[in-house]
Design a binder for this molecule. Structure first.
Ligand SMILES: *[C@@H]1O[C@H](CO)[C@@H](O)[C@H](O)[C@H]1NC(C)=O
Ligand SMILES: *[C@@H]1O[C@H](CO)[C@@H](O)[C@H](O)[C@H]1NC(C)=O
Ligand SMILES: *[C@@H]1O[C@H](CO)[C@@H](O)[C@H](O)[C@H]1NC(C)=O
Ligand SMILES: *[C@@H]1O[C@H](CO)[C@@H](O)[C@H](O)[C@H]1NC(C)=O
Ligand SMILES: *[C@@H]1O[C@H](CO)[C@@H](O)[C@H](O)[C@H]1NC(C)=O
Ligand SMILES: *[C@@H]1O[C@H](CO)[C@@H](O)[C@H](O)[C@H]1NC(C)=O
Ligand SMILES: *[C@@H]1O[C@H](CO)[C@@H](O)[C@H](O)[C@H]1NC(C)=O
Ligand SMILES: *[C@@H]1O[C@H](CO)[C@@H](O)[C@H](O)[C@H]1NC(C)=O
Length: 874
């Protein structure tokens, strides 16, 4: 049988929580052959990509056989596969005896495009120029024990995400598929499985012009084999809600859908116990706190049966976002028994909390108004691409949280399931979004092609997968939908919102509206008015639409689903600096962009014509305090959409944090607003300008203080106080001369924080640091290694662009990728050599699976003293 960490944890859980439970009304001898097992099958796949399809098995060809995979998520008529066998029996890759030894051997999650060069024919800058297109075939041998097959258990394939148009065969027989690359899906392998070796085959296809951004390519999330007794909790089969919550007690309702895959009726005993969740293992901890009392139902063969129950948890520890609240979690463990024997055990992590949507106060979490300090983020993980990695996702979220970011919008598609686990654990609120298009296209081959048949199953399965996460405070059914402003948009929007309400009546629904107006049919329908950019006024317009929407819909909450879109390159300052707090980015003087280097000034004042700087957004949010908050475009830079250099660069300029994970200057401006109690001050620009001696070089300060004094070469340049709508302090008339700048910030008249820069000397060395020096030797955990080019005093060289070569000089480490956050850098991500950008470069390192011991990572550059860092794999 397959063995995994997950199985071991399960065994541990079973012995501590079930074997020893005596209070239970039912005796539960645990049967190894009947209970559920969920095993990772990420390891050891074979893969081959074809730019042009080597077969004729397009989605159109397979569609009638794929559609029945949607049946569990359709309320009306179900699909039936045609009588004849699905096409493919003549395709060699599908044959169990096909010799795949010449194909690439790899482990999942896998993104076939991320290691490529930035010149894929037909793949535009918007998609990041990497080879996402073509057909990818994946093959894996699954060994299944005789005992498993003989037991009659159900055997499922759970795919957390495969990009895209997945079609699956087992032992040469067609199983099913799922076209939407961002959703998770389950296929039933039971009818096709046999004891011994089974050949699993997955075909994916990505068309050109299928996305507006880098979608990734391949089986880019985790894949699981789930085995369960024929009578089991159905796929996404629990729904835990907390309809009433007080300090004394919370009502916990548990709805369970039981599936009986067997042929005859079973009398099933159901009981659910509630425990606190251990945030690290995501398993129950301590004694059970409450029990949904056991009930018995008859579940007919080949059918499903819903069972609802309720219990109360005394003195509940509520889930809520820090700093004012704590993200406490619970877990419901539901057991099914037949004739006194436990046949299934199913865990549902959840949280106890209330969320209200107040048109004047915004989001109330557990009754407390919590202003939304959110960011939008794409699903890629920088140089790791779309291939999901828990630590990389956790690092993204942690860095955002350190900035004071308390909410995430999963723009514009369902995230990896673990992303939501992290948000639950760390306490960030989530706007969980599903679609970027409905019936009308943004690009030729996007989701609109299949919207008609797939919107219902995709939306229902998305909500059923995610609705137990306490972090989710709203569903988003769309982003900048082309038909948002007309009657078609109103009708489609109502259909989608009705589905969302039916699947989850506890949360409101929103949408990113960029053209819809008050009175547009869809605006009338949507629960929460989500505005993209129009609230703050687009470009050089200061006209806000917030008041019009508020007047037209006084009972609806309003928030900015997308704000800012400020563009910037970390460490790059372009002169002259615009005097306004926001202006349209361009190549002219004071417009922030340099067409020659294709960089954008990091003063954070520049945005495309539809957008605004963060300072302007803050001002408009503060002038309209009923607005619940904002989701900034974007928290992190991402691959593709390199506006304003869409035709040449590889990655975005929108991020507050660059693609490598280095905070841009604006990070500290957001931090000053979102964490007002954190004493901080950030001074820009750097102070090394050999060609600016005697020239005006504006100095700006981001601080959570309310006042600051600037010193240029130790001489005061004046003390300034923030006015009502000032979010930065500016000394725009400073003349550069080498030496130093220093700022002392004050709050309420008291010294609060300081920052300084000196004019650096020659680069002499590389300074190497790691975000974590101890990592698990599991082949998945990562250390993010930063190299700074420094002078003799250890100061980072602000314009440092030395070519750096990384190596593993000893130990079981592997360099997966490198980056520097430069949107114009066309060196492929796996390269071990890369130029520093504004003095910094990054390498991402893992330890080989099963390894232990020291790993030494070295960085070298011509003429500089090499640097190294020692990691420990444990
Ligand atoms: C059971 O709970 C589900 C989810 O809350 C609900 O939709 C359904 O109506 C409930 N069924 C009964 C019989 O109460
Ligand atoms: C259920 O019935 C089908 C069709 O009659 C049969 O092929 C299958 O073996 C039966 N399954 C079990 C578990 O008895
Ligand atoms: C349950 O027990 C009864 C009585 O012992 C037996 O007839 C029946 O077959 C059992 N059912 C199952 C599913 O094991
Ligand atoms: C609605 O908008 C879409 C997208 O712009 C357009 O293609 C369609 O023709 C419009 N439909 C109606 C009924 O106006
Ligand atoms: C920025 O420009 C807007 C629009 O022209 C103007 O209303 C505003 O006063 C300007 N702000 C500053 C600080 O110049
Ligand atoms: C990019 O290329 C497109 C198509 O060739 C062109 O329409 C557009 O103006 C170009 N954009 C820039 C910023 O050069
Ligand atoms: C900036 O400095 C110049 C020269 O020192 C001076 O003429 C000008 O008035 C100053 N401008 C501001 C806004 O202080
Ligand atoms: C240099 O490395 C040390 C730790 O080794 C670190 O504390 C320091 O911040 C680094 N300096 C720079 C400029 O990165």
């Amino acid at each position: 049988m397959l063995v995994s960490q997950d199985l071991l944890l399960y065994g541990l859980l079973a012995s501590t929580n079930f074997g020893l439970t005596t209070a239970s009304a039912i005796k539960r001898p645990r049967s190894a052959t009947t209970t559920r097992e969920r095993t990772s099958i990420n390891a050891d796949w074979r893969f081959e990509r074809f730019v042009d399809a080597p077969d004729s098995l397009s989605y159109e060809t397979l569609r009638p056989w794929i559609l029945p995979s949607a049946n569990n998520f359709l309320n009306g008529d179900k699909y039936e596969a045609p009588g004849e066998e699905a096409p493919g029996s003549d395709v060699e890759f599908i044959q169990p005896d096909f010799d795949d030894q010449g194909w690439e051997q790899l482990d999942l999650p896998h993104d076939w495009a991320i290691t490529g060069t930035f010149d894929a024919p037909g793949v535009e800058g918007g998609l990041g120029r990497l080879p996402i297109n073509g057909v990818g075939w994946y093959r894996k041998t699954l060994s299944l024990e005789d005992e498993l097959i003989a037991s009659g258990k159900s055997i499922f394939l759970d795919v957390d995400g495969a990009m895209s148009y997945a079609a699956v065969w087992l032992n040469g027989k067609f199983v099913g598929g799922w076209p939407f690359g961002y959703n998770s899906f389950r296929l039933d392998l039971t009818p096709f499985a046999k004891s011994g070796e089974n050949q699993l085959v997955i075909r994916l296809e990505n068309l050109l012009d299928s996305s507006r951004w880098y979608p990734g390519a391949g089986i880019y999330r985790n894949v699981w084999l789930v085995t369960a007794s024929p009578v089991h909790v159905a796929h996404f089969g629990t729904y835990v809600t907390t309809p009433s919550v007080s300090a004394d007690e919370a009502t916990v309702d548990v709805a369970i859908e039981i599936e009986n895959a067997g042929n005859s009726t079973s009398q099933v005993e159901i009981e659910t116990k509630i425990y606190e969740l251990d945030p690290t293992s995501r398993k129950p901890t301590g004694d059970s706190l409450a029990t949904v009392k056991s009930t018995r139902v008859a579940v007919e063969g080949k059918s499903k049966q819903a069972v609802n129950g309720s219990t109360t948890v005394a003195n509940p520890k509520l889930w809520g976002p820090p700093p004012s609240q704590k993200p406490n979690e619970y877990i419901a463990v539901s057991t099914l028994s037949i004739n006194g024997t436990e046949v299934d055990s199913y865990e549902t992590p959840f949280g106890i909390r209330t969320v209200q949507y107040d048109p004047l106060k915004g989001i109330l979490l557990n009754g407390e108004p919590v202003r939304v300090y959110g960011t939008c983020n794409h699903h890629d993980l920088g140089s790791l691409g779309a291939a999901f990695n828990y630590r990389a996702a956790e690092r993204q979220i942690q860095m955002l949280q350190d900035m004071g970011n308390n909410a995430l919008r999963t723009s514009h598609n369902p995230p990896a399931p673990e992303f939501l686990d992290i948000a639950d654990r760390l306490g960030l609120m989530v706007q969980d979004e599903i679609f970027d298009t409905w019936s009308f296209p943004k690009v030729k081959n996007d989701f609109h092609r299949i919207f008609k048949e797939w919107h219902e199953p995709d939306l229902r399965s998305f909500i059923r997968r995610d609705r137990n996460h306490p972090s989710i405070i709203a569903w988003s059914i769309g982003n900048e939908i082309p038909e948002q402003a007309n009657s078609t948009g109103g009708e489609t929007g109502k259909i989608l919102q009705d589905i969302a309400h039916a699947e989850d009546p506890t949360r409101q629904v929103t949408n990113g509206l960029n053209t819809a107006k008050p009175g547009s049919p869809f605006t009338d329908v949507i629960d929460i008015i989500g505005l993209n950019y129009q609230g703050e006024g687009k470009g050089n317009s200061w006209v806000s639409t917030f008041p019009d929407f508020q007047k037209a819909y006084p009972n609806k909450m309003i928030w900015s689903t997308e704000s800012a879109s400020t563009v910037a390159s970390r460490g790059i300052y372009i002169f002259p600096v615009h005097s306004n707090i926001s202006t349209i980015v361009g190549a002219g003087p004071g417009e922030g962009a340099d067409p020659e280097t294709q960089q954008v000034s990091a003063y954070g004042l520049y945005a495309p014509p539809w957008a605004a700087s963060q300072d302007k957004v803050f001002e408009q949010q503060d002038k309209h305090p009923y607005v619940a908050g904002e989701f900034v475009w974007t928290g992190w830079d991402y691959i593709g959409e390199p506006t304003p250099y869409d035709n040449s660069s590889r990655s975005s300029y929108f991020g507050i944090i660059d693609l490598a994970g280095f905070p841009k200057e604006r990070y500290y401006l957001y931090q000053s607003r979102w964490r007002p109690e954190l004493a901080q001050a950030k001074l820009i620009p750097h102070w090394t300008w050999p060609d600016r001696v005697g020239k005006v070089t504006p100095v700006h300060v981001f601080t959570s203080g309310d006042e600051a004094e600037l010193f240029v070469n130790d001489v005061s340049a004046g003390r300034k106080k923030k006015g009502q709508y000032d979010y930065r302090l500016r000394w725009d008339n400073v003349t550069y001369s080498p030496g130093s700048i220093r700022v002392v910030a004050y709050k309420d008249g008291k010294e609060w924080a300081s920052d300084s820069h000196v004019t650096v000397s020659e680069a002499t060395a590389l300074n190497v640091t790691a975000d974590r020096t101890t990592i698990r030797g599991d082949g998945q955990d990562l250390s993010f290694i930063t190299v700074a080019v420094v002078d003799k005093d250890g100061n980072t060289i602000p314009q440092g662009d030395n070519e750096i070569t990384f190596s593993v000089s000893s130990g079981p480490g592997k360099i997966i990728s490198t980056d520097n956050g430069d949107a114009t850098d066309m060196v492929p991500f796996p390269s071990h050599s890369r130029k520093a950008f504004s003095g910094l470069a990054l390498a991402i390192v893992k330890a080989e699976a099963g390894s232990q011991g020291e790993i030494v990572i070295e960085a070298k550059a011509d003429g500089l003293t090499a640097g190294k860092v020692v990691l420990t794999a444990s």
